[in-house]
Design a binder for this molecule. Structure first.
Ligand code: CP3
Length: 357
């Protein structure tokens, strides 16, 4: 970056030549584009300062100027190729009428959906915009403020993962309450999944209209579904969401992240229509290159703990991942979100290693 030009050229919207969009369209690039899950977050002092200014996490999500500011912070610091909208997957349940709050040090809490009457009290999917419109404003600000080479990524939780929080009212280690409702009252479980799927289509569609150039579906708990249930509750909803977004918006690229899918990562591009499949770090890059990248772009998959531990292991693992995926389309990322105890210097080392590998 030089400071010599007098004016910043305007960002030219959906520029097809951005590296991240080129990878999503299937191009193998000499240097993979790079960004990180949870790249805006508590490991950054500037994030903590803006969050304190907002007062609490949800106010930060719903104040467009501040949400745009924390989205931009890691771009300024590290020059990532992708900027992910700052929001949360649990805003959709809230927009459907669930109560949502965050307990400091513990995580999210929601009112629960375990009986028909609670489901019947939810709002229709088309009404989510009432609550979510500040998120669209955040995206509009970002389309003006991001560097021209940075791809703006919108996101939502996948229906199964969002349902696990709505049923249990909190995060759970084994998604037990959601599995229990599925067994006890499958019609109610499926009605809830369908409502979330419809709401997610409305939400992501509005994100794309507001400027998101690609969108990502986070299915963080896909790994707890059995093989048959994986098809019904991870693959099928993703397929419906992707088909509808592409029908409404042309060939907008979609990244799907069925975390901990293991062997079920194989074939996920074709089964869902996703342009890119994001990998957690429980699969090896060599296996994923041979079994998943053969079908399209992959994203991943450095273990997040390297952002805490750093050093030679970070460098050698980063190089090994870049090398394993060099033959096809690849976006470098972590296997899951960066943790609050991470050291920003390790993030810088990771980015430099990717770009010099
Ligand atoms: O990646 C980014 O920088 C964009 C913003 C983003 C957040 N959450 C901000 C956030 C994204 C993409 C998410 C996704 C998300 N949220 C997921 C899916 C990805 C994953 O991690 O598996 C899930 C399951 C959630 C739900 C959620 N939000 C939980 C369980 C928690 C509490 C745990 C925690 O890390 O504190 C959150 C809170 C949350 N979402 C924070 C951030 C930066 C921390 C809030 C804070 O500042 O205190």
């Amino acid at each position: 970056m030089t400071e010599t030009t007098t004016a910043t050229p305007p960002r030219s919207g959906n520029r097809a030549d951005k590296t991240l969009l080129r990878a999503l369209r299937g191009e193998a690039l000499p240097t993979p584009p790079v960004w990180m899950m949870r790249q805006a977050g508590r490991y950054l002092p500037e994030y903590k300062a803006t969050r304190a200014q907002a007062g609490d996490f949800l106010s930060l999500c719903y104040t467009p100027d501040l949400a745009a500011e924390v989205t931009l912070q890691p771009i300024r610091r590290f020059g990532f190729d992708g900027a992910i909208l700052f929001a949360d997957i649990l805003l959709v349940p809230q927009a459907l009428g669930a109560d949502l709050w965050f307990v400091t040090g513990e995580g999210p809490r929601l009112s629960t959906i375990t009986a028909q009457a609670e489901f019947d009290a939810l709002k229709p999917a088309a009404d989510v915009h009432e609550t979510l419109s500040p998120v669209y404003e955040t995206l509009r600000i970002l389309t003006r403020e991001l560097p021209a080479e940075t791809t703006l990524i919108g996101f939502a939780g996948a229906p199964w993962t969002v349902a696990t929080y709505m049923i249990a009212g909190r995060g759970t280690p084994d998604q037990g309450p959601a599995h229990a409702l599925k067994a006890a009252n499958r019609p109610l479980f499926e009605a809830l999944l369908n409502r979330i799927t419809d709401a997610t289509i409305e939400y992501l569609s509005a994100q794309i209209t507001a400027g998101a150039e690609a969108v990502k579906l986070f299915d963080s708990w896909a790994g707890s579904l059995s093989a048959a249930e994986f098809d019904a509750y991870a693959t099928a909803p993703a397929k419906r969401i992707i088909a509808e977004l592409k029908a409404r918006h042309g060939d907008v690229p979609v990244i799907a992240f069925p975390r901990q899918a293991g062997d079920k990562y194989r074939g996920f591009h074709a089964a869902t229509g996703a342009d890119c499949v994001a990998l957690d770090d429980s699969v090896t890059p060599d296996w994923a290159a041979a079994n998943v990248q053969v079908d399209g772009c992959v994203q991943g998959n450095l273990a997040s703990r390297h952002m805490v531990t750093g050093g030679e292991a970070l460098v050698s693992e980063t190089r090994a991942i870049v090398e394993a995926f060099r033959g096809g389309p690849h976006i470098f990322n972590l296997g899951h979100g960066i943790t609050p105890d991470a050291d920003p210097d390790n993030v810088r080392l990771m980015v430099e290693t990717v770009r010099s590998a």
